[in-house]
Design a protein around this ligand. Structure first.
Ligand SMILES: Nc1ncnc2c1ncn2[C@@H]1O[C@H](COP(=O)(O)OP(=O)(O)O)[C@@H](O)[C@H]1O
Ligand SMILES: [Mg+2]
Length: 292
């Protein structure tokens, strides 16, 4: 995706042009446009919708499609991530901001075969399709399939609309208090998903930003019993619904989160996958399967 932010000199940005550069990116922007329309049409969300991009026009120049959005206020804050106090404030306000979406659109789903297909089988099949030639991958993924089918087995779970790629790089912050002024990049969003995806991605991807470790390594450590930091624990206690209602263990929550995330990444690559994907897979899929 090419993203062009336009501003008059010394003024804040006024419009953003998004141009997909691949077939998958074109599907992504279509998904995102659909999500923005659906959530903007949900009056329960009220003024919270001002955090979302507002598409104003779209079209094609030759074969190149584009969408123009009104620019949101605020700026990306990745340059402040290494600063402990600023990071803590951003995490607190970011977790609260996305909780509003989760809380407002919350509904109950049954952990039946249809749900297991959507949350477990489809993402696993995506990984298998991409890792097709590596026979060593299949046994671990099949073990994971069994474990997660058991985890969902017939109970009820609280689901909601999620952003689906909720890390600090997709937030724009304004002011000294680091309040979110915008949430961008909605192409991984979906209804009827577990809010844990956004919370765990926010926490674990921030760890990735701070330490430089691969997400696969971070999830491996967490599955192997590494403790949450005090701030992570506090946010998990406040927003981690699966811990309060006992619907899932931390291990099951981590595995469902990781699986959705890596399958979304895999979807962005053609299958059979190129060499670059193989390297990513060894860093982000293998370590988690080793921890099972
Ligand atoms: N509506 C917007 N208003 C202001 N900045 C935006 C907007 N949309 C995107 N951006 C900026 O462009 C960056 C990339 O956009 P994003 O939608 O996240 O695409 P990508 O898929 O490339 O990550 C964002 O991190 C943000 O800095
Ligand atoms: Mg982004």
């Amino acid at each position: 995706m090419a993203v062009i932010v336009l501003a008059t000199i010394h003024e804040p940005p006024c419009v953003v042009i998004k141009m997909p550069m691949s077939a998958e990116a074109a599907r992504g922007i279509q998904r995102e446009t659909g999500t923005l329309a659906a959530l903007r049409g949900d009056r329960r969300l009220g003024a919270w919708r001002d955090l979302m991009p507002r598409p104003c026009t779209s079209g094609k120049v030759g074969a190149q499609s584009y969408r123009v959005d009104v620019a949101l206020r605020g700026r990306p804050a990745l340059d402040r991530v290494q600063h402990g106090a600023a990071r803590e404030r951003m995490l607190d306000t970011a977790a609260e901001a996305i909780h509003v979406l989760h809380r407002t659109t919350a509904t109950t789903v049954l952990g039946d075969a249809g749900l297991a297909r959507r949350w477990v089988d489809e993402p696993l099949d995506e990984l298998l399709r991409h890792g097709g030639r590596r026979k060593s991958l299949a046994p671990g993924l099949e073990r994971l399939r069994d474990e997660l089918h058991d985890a969902l087995g017939g109970g009820t779970l609280s689901a909601a609309w999620i952003h689906g790629d909720y890390w600090l790089g997709n937030l724009l912050f304004s002011g000294e208090r680091s309040t979110p002024a915008g949430i961008v990049d909605w192409d991984g969003a979906a209804p009827l998903e577990l809010p844990l995806h956004d919370l765990l991605h926010l926490l674990l991807y921030t760890r990735r930003l701070v330490t430089g470790a691969e997400l696969g390594q971070i999830v491996h450590q967490q599955l192997s019993g590494r403790a949450w930091s005090s701030q992570e624990r506090r946010l998990l206690d406040r927003y981690g619904a699966w811990r309060q209602d006992g619907s899932l263990s931390d291990r099951q929550a981590l595995l469902l989160y990781w699986l959705r995330h890596v399958a979304l990444h895999a979807r962005q690559h053609p299958a059979p996958a190129p060499y670059r994907y193989r390297i990513w897979e060894r860093r982000n899929v293998d370590p988690v399967l080793e921890a099972l």
